[in-house]
Design a protein around this ligand. Structure first.
Ligand code: BGC
Length: 702
């Protein structure tokens, strides 16, 4: 390659920029990187991502894609094969649309229950996140295209996301977020890793030599390339020497750092020629390893069987639904119910989805779009959108003899009055989240708590279906009959919800995150920096700065200490003795499961064996969860998920299942020596209902 050719492929543009020179180019997604035709090096067409192929702002007029449920929903299935199938479906659609790089694989740990992008991430747990993210990535890449793993690392909040400095003890970071990324890397072998916006311990992620070179490339032996997030580069020499291999969406950075400035830095020796060669080698290696080079994606769109593809969206929605409460087996709803009242949540129209760069225009038909008010800083970027899968219509289909009526919930008194004469009430509750915005409360918005309380007081046979991007508070919990967490259930969500309500599907999801009893129980009871960010934005606007990048730049950097360290999620609540409303791993079924004969086989990798029995009268699926009680970084001994597996059981059936345990999850990284240390004595291992409910225990000698 000539020097010019090398320099060409280490920086990319916004996808839409290509329209200036190729107005008919269809593949105008999130990003574009030129190719080298002479050498058969393909142009890179990059698109978002994890929930389906995104068509931001409808720039590809009318183009749609199969919309999976939110990542949290898929994660709630604890089903790695399903994560793979979802990734494979999304990747196939991306390929058919001509894309060869998917900006998928969001694997940040959910550390804060109020964070805006939680719905795009898998969980608060290292193993679940790593295993599911890795499987999804492998699925995407089975289409001979590249997937990223993102946003490396500790990109845990949206408030001041481009300026905030995450501070955390090195060992704790290795034991938590970094271990999740490492597992995802091993399982998924992503062609690229995307460095996130924020700083960690003083350095921007995309210019952290420690994180990019020492940890990712040297310690872990990663041979793919590091691309930046869009607008996450702040320097040429520092970033290049730290290990950044490619600048993305360069128009969003203050300068196109990896264009002319990089050429100059190499010329003057500030960046070694070998470093540039290494960047190029890493990009080309991944294009070869994934098959992009040998088997190029088509340059014109191919036809897609959306009906066939939506089957995996339905499966994920169904398997991801978590039954949180079921007083006196109120659910499944009796098929013979005569009068069913459905309230709220736009259930007559569809199901909610999350906002931002992951938002998919659904193949199921036009979405219900509620624009944000123009004074909202996010209004140019995203809106509130419902996929057209109406739970009301689906309930009517499954209860053809019942009188099913709908009220939008705007008048709580009228809803309560109507509830009195219904056999059952189903209230749909929504909580919208988006990229670039954290929540300042975990209470349901728009007076929905009052609506639910009023309806439940009028009729205790009320089921609440939550369409949320994560945890919510439930002050009415003890007064309602049943609660389902349906997350953002994707383009066949209405169907999945109705099937679970009527027992055509037996709920098998387990919470991938803890729901705290209240926001104040969380490690950070409110988004750090929120007031400061809002004030800085106001000041910027007053001085006439209107563009989003300018407004973001007006916000000064601030520290966010992660004092919980590696004790993320359930480990934090256990450590602080704060009983969550529902812990990680929690989820009921229409049947019940019992465990016998837990034992551990001490092979090179220990294997837990346990017999699971379906003790109820219906077939169902259990998620067997194995925890080890371990201290991390010399802290308290607390449970940690070390293995899991799904098992389908007919009524009365027993099966013995074997779950390999990952020893790294029982070890702790000693930053001073750079070594992992395992506990001296035996480790207590449990099979547990959820993170806080052990059923049987045994010991493992390490
Ligand atoms: C997001 C990434 C996304 C990129 C390209 C960024 O704002 O953080 O997740 O892949 O935009 O759309």
């Amino acid at each position: 390659m000539t020097q010019e050719e090398k320099l060409l492929i280490v920086h990319g543009q916004l996808g839409r920029t290509i329209l200036k020179t190729r107005p008919d180019e269809w593949r105008n997604g999130a990003g574009f990187v030129p190719g080298v035709a002479r050498l058969g090096i393909p142009e890179l067409f990059e698109t978002d991502a994890s929930l389906g192929v995104v068509n931001a702002k409808n720039r590809r007029k009318g183009d749609v894609a199969t919309a999976m449920p939110s990542t949290l929903a898929t994660a709630a299935s604890f089903d790695t094969a399903l994560a793979y199938r979802g990734g494979a479906m999304i990747g196939a659609e991306a390929r058919a649309k001509g894309y060869n790089v998917m900006l998928a694989g969001g694997a940040n740990l959910v550390r804060d229950p109020w964070a805006g992008r939680n719905f795009e991430y898998f969980s608060e747990d290292v193993l679940l996140t790593g295993a599911m993210a890795g499987s999804a990535i492998a699925g995407v890449q089975s289409n001979r295209i590249v997937s990223t793993l993102k946003h490396y690392v500790l990109n845990a909040q949206e408030t001041g996301r481009t300026v905030m400095n995450a501070t955390i003890d090195e060992g704790a970071l290795r034991d938590s977020d970094l271990l999740a990324f490492r597992i995802a890397l091993e399982v998924g072998q992503p062609g690229s890793v995307m460095c996130g916006y924020n700083k960690v311990n003083g350095d921007y992620n995309c210019e952290s030599r420690h994180l990019l070179t020492d940890v990712l490339k040297n310690d872990w032996g990663y041979s793919g390339w590091v691309m930046s997030d869009w607008g996450a580069v702040h320097s040429t020499v520092k970033s290049a020497n730290a290990g950044l291999d490619q600048e993305s969406g360069e128009e969003l950075d203050a300068q196109p750092y990896f264009a002319a400035p990089l050429a100059e830095a190499v010329r003057s020796g500030k960046v070694a020629q070998q470093r540039l060669d290494d960047m190029v080698l890493r990009i080309l290696r991944s294009l070869i390893a994934t098959g992009v080079l040998d088997d190029p994606a088509p340059s014109t769109p191919q036809s897609i069987d959306y009906a066939a593809n939506s089957v995996v969206a339905l499966e994920a929605a169904e398997k991801g639904i978590v039954l949180l409460r079921n007083r006196d087996n109120m659910l499944p709803l009796a098929a013979g119910a005569r009068r069913i009242l459905v309230v709220g949540g736009h259930a007559d129209k569809g199901v909610l989805s999350g906002g931002g760069s992951s938002q998919v225009r659904s193949a199921a038909g036009p979405d219900l779009e509620i624009p944000l008010p123009t004074e909202n800083p996010l209004s140019a970027f995203t809106g509130i959108s419902y996929h057209p899968s109406s739970p009301l219509d689906e309930i009517r289909k499954l209860a053809p003899d019942a009188q099913v009526s709908f009220m939008d919930g705007a008048d709580p008194q009228a809803a309560a009055d109507a509830a009195r004469s219904a056999d059952f009430v189903v209230v749909f509750a929504h909580q919208w989240r988006s990229e670039a915005l954290d929540l300042d409360t975990l209470a349901l918005p728009d007076g929905q708590d009052e609506l639910i309380a009023g309806v439940a007081a009028a009729n205790p046979d009320t089921a609440v279906v939550l369409e949320t991007g994560g945890a919510v508070e439930m002050p009415w919990l003890g007064d309602v009959g049943a609660v389902l967490a349906a997350w953002y259930p994707g383009q066949r969500g209405g169907e999945a919800i109705a099937r679970v309500l009527f027992g055509l599907a037996n709920p098998s999801g387990r919470l991938p995150i803890s729901f705290p009893a209240s926001m104040s129980d969380a490690p950070r009871p409110a988004p750090p920096g929120l007031n400061m960010v809002n004030e800085a934005r106001e000041r910027a606007k007053k001085s006439g700065i209107m563009d989003p990048a300018g407004i973001a730049n007006a916000v000064p950097s601030f520290d966010v200490p992660y004092a919980e360290g590696a004790d993320v999620g359930y480990r934090w609540y256990a450590r602080e003795s704060r009983q969550p409303l529902f812990p990680f791993g929690f989820g009921l079924s229409y049947t019940s499961f019992e465990y016998q004969a837990l034992r551990i086989e001490r092979a090179e990798k220990p294997i837990a064996h346990v017999t699971v029995t379906n003790a109820g009268a219906r077939s169902g699926t259990d998620v067997v969860q194995i925890y080890a009680n371990v201290a991390l970084q010399g802290g308290a001994i607390l449970p940690r998920l070390v293995g899991f597996g799904r098992v389908d059981l007919a009524a009365g059936e027993s099966k013995s299942i074997s779950i390999p345990l990952d020893l790294r999850l029982m070890a702790s990284f000693d930053a001073a020596s750079g070594q992992w240390s395992t506990p001296d004595g035996p480790v207590e291992v449990t099979v547990s209902r959820d993170a806080m409910t052990p059923i049987m225990k045994t010991r493992l000698h390490l």
